[in-house]
Design a protein around this ligand. Structure first.
Ligand SMILES: Nc1ncnc2c1ncn2[C@@H]1O[C@H](COP(=O)(O)OP(=O)(O)O)[C@@H](O)[C@H]1O
Ligand SMILES: [Mg+2]
Length: 324
């Protein structure tokens, strides 16, 4: 397994944290990752995609110091991580992992006790711990659950409490392993709102998922794990590459598949970008949205159905609005 590193070509600064040429195999097991490099840049939202068993969780645990690559290196702000107490504290105050199953993360009797554990362990003054817990509970929208026993929380609430525990460490990089798995649609939307809020406060987020639609909607960048290695790049570019999706055993995001069909059928101008969010899709209906691109479409406005009021060409006399 090898790795491509187009990040510097994309004009980013030095990564906050970076795995360099990392190998990993579990005891007596086959190699899970070979020569994988993965750089996390400040302020970006990255979706780590790949099939089940492809190595996403392993990669996130290497990145957050729970596992140690051999050979290879974990580099934090330019210097290699040392896996002693001091080195790991430095790593964990910068990078925080939230594991997939909240029951593997929560252990204290109440939400407040659980969320305060990390900051208390850093030896912070009580006032500071209290402020961090309050902020983390507010950020996750669970301030009302502060005194609730963790075993009485719903699954979605337990997920939020687990994320709050990581947020209370005020990490620069929050690493989430399949955070939306097991949540109902409303729970997923609420979680995406929380992540959007954390991003506005400057948190860099990495999320493992096999949900390509979620990745296209949420992420700036994608990192796609295949048996050939890790491919990184902008999410819209990578998820449009069919051979990469096949290699990672992923399907194409719905909006890209629909955009391709509409473009092939002449209902959208060539090169129309797939909408990444419902809001972007709604903009298609705005008057003149596709207007300028019609110039090169070969349509003669004087004959046939011509462009629709919203600028969509209609070769069979159809417009998108006729297709319902
Ligand atoms: N604790 C473990 N011990 C041995 N093998 C493991 C362990 N955890 C994961 N694996 C194996 O490593 C591979 C990658 O697993 P994982 O990183 O969990 O993939 P993903 O998160 O993409 O589903 C799989 O073949 C899995 O069986
Ligand atoms: Mg996993």
């Amino acid at each position: 397994m090898t790795s491509q590193r187009p990040d510097t070509a994309r004009g980013f600064g030095p990564p906050v944290v970076e795995l360099v040429a990392a190998d990993y195999a579990y005891e007596d097991g086959p190699p899970v990752l070979s020569a994988v490099s993965f750089a996390i840049h400040e302020g970006r939202a990255t979706a780590l995609l790949g099939r089940n068993g492809g190595g996403k969780t392993t990669l996130l645990r290497l990145l957050s110091g729970g596992l140690r690559c051999a050979p290879g290196q974990l580099v934090l702000e330019g210097s290699p991580v040392r896996y002693d107490r001091k080195g790991l504290t430095r790593l964990r105050t910068t990078v925080q992992l939230v594991v997939q199953d909240p029951d593997d993360q929560l252990f204290a009797a109440s939400v407040e006790q659980d969320v305060s554990f990390g900051p208390m362990n850093l030896g912070l003054p009580e006032e500071e711990v209290r402020a961090r817990v309050r902020d983390a509970l507010e950020a996750l929208d669970i301030a009302g659950l502060r005194d609730r026993p963790t075993h009485l929380l719903s699954y979605g609430q337990r997920k939020r409490a687990a994320i709050a525990g990581a947020v209370a460490m005020r990490p620069r990089v929050l690493v989430l392993d399949e955070p939306t798995a097991g949540l109902d649609p409303h729970g997923q939307e609420r979680l995406l709102d929380v992540l959007a809020r954390l991003r506005t406060t400057g948190t860099t987020i990495v999320m493992a998922t096999h949900d390509v639609d979620l990745a296209l909607r949420w992420a700036d960048d994608a990192a796609v794990l295949t048996d050939e290695g890790l491919r990184t790049g902008s999410v819209a570019t990578l998820l449009a590459r069919q051979e990469l999706l096949d290699a990672a055993r992923l399907r194409k995001p719905w909006s890209m598949a629909v955009t391709e069909v509409l473009t092939a059928g002449g209902l959208l101008p060539k090169g129309a970008a797939a909408p990444r969010t419902p809001e972007e899709l709604a903009r298609w209906a705005a008057p003149g949205h596709f207007g300028p691109s019609l110039a090169g479409s070969g349509q003669d406005p004087g004959s046939g159905p011509g462009p629709s009021p919203n600028g969509l060409p209609g070769p069979a006399g159809q417009r998108l609005s006729d297709l319902s």
